[in-house]
Design a protein around this ligand. Structure first.
Ligand code: CO8
Length: 260
């Protein structure tokens, strides 16, 4: 199969490295998200796996976030299917019992930031040109409550309130300052630092760490589980509005113009 994600499980230490390899920018399409969820599910069920590192095989970009083309000029049915896949990927990563570390070796806007925020620890390349944040409002769209909750759980209410309203994309140094990432390292050390950090986290007995993780995250997860249908309905009715379609169209145009 033409795989968008490469997974290497090292049987000597139980650490899986999951590399996003969907050029040009690892946008989170329906196919990508489905493959991501399947891979996570497989690792979750694999007792020899104890930790997962997610990173990008593309230069300069960790993930460009949700694939805008999956929400642009698509049927309500398609939008609903896509949104369920976004929810499912979040539920699997945020709820993973494994140690999860994001090795953020490039820019990580919107849905890319969400994936990183779902991990237990974030290491980013020390490059001020890379940025990360929930920039949805800049596209004229609104991050749903569980994106907001995920960010609040990492950086707190005040920074989330500011970051979400302004659609802030934080440069790597700014992201470190507000706690959106835990550590900056030179670009060529991102993966090796993730591996070293993993060793520290894996020194803790799994069951105790897993229960602690679940204690911290369960209320946030339960909130989406209790509102999943309504959240999907809300996404579909919002996304298919003419005004929102127009905003998405203009944003895509802006991305293309910016190149030349
Ligand atoms: N979806 C689809 N296509 C994309 C996306 C995307 N998210 N991002 C980039 N592309 C396309 C570009 O249009 C371009 O296409 P083409 O080659 O045909 O012109 C190609 O990918 C390469 O992009 P760039 O030339 O821009 O690549 P750079 O390396 O210069 O920059 C960036 C990489 C920084 C990632 C840049 O592409 C960027 O900023 N992308 C937009 C990121 C963004 O704002 N994403 C938001 C997506 S929305 C989301 O994730 C959450 C939605 C929550 C739901 C809301 C409820 C309604």
């Amino acid at each position: 199969s033409s795989s968008k994600i490469k997974v290497d499980l090292d049987s000597s230490n139980g650490v899986a490295i999951m590399q996003f390899q969907s050029p040009p920018v690892n946008s989170l399409s329906l196919d990508f998200l489905t493959e991501f969820a399947i891979n996570l599910e497989k690792l979750e069920l694999d007792r020899s796996c104890r930790g997962v590192i997610i990173t990008s095989a593309q230069p300069k970009v960790f993930s460009a976030g949700l694939d805008i083309l999956e929400m642009y000029k698509k049927s309500p049915e398609h939008c609903a299917e896509f949104w369920k896949a976004v929810q499912d990927a979040w539920l699997k990563l945020y709820g993973s019992t494994k140690v999860t570390i994001a090795a953020i070796n490039g820019s990580s806007p919107a849905g890319g930031c969400l994936l990183a925020l779902c991990c237990d620890y974030r290491i980013m390349a020390d490059n001020p040109r890379y940025n990360i944040g929930l920039n949805e409002t800049q596209l004229g769209i609104v991050a749903p409550f569980w994106f907001k909750d995920t960010m609040t759980n990492v950086v707190g209410h005040r920074e989330t309130e500011k970051g979400l309203q302004l659609g802030l994309l934080y440069s790597a140094p700014e992201a470190l300052k507000v706690g959106l990432v835990d550590e900056l390292v030179p670009e060529d050390k991102v993966l090796s630092t993730a591996t070293e950090t993993m060793t520290k986290w894996l020194a803790i007995p799994d069951h105790a760490r897993q229960i602690s993780k679940s204690m911290m995250r369960k209320p946030t997860i339960d909130k989406l589980l209790a509102n999943r249908e309504a959240d999907t309905t809300n996404f579909v009715s919002f996304t298919t509005k003419d005004s929102i379609q127009k905003s998405l169209g203009l944003y895509m145009e802006m991305l293309k113009k910016r190149k030349s």
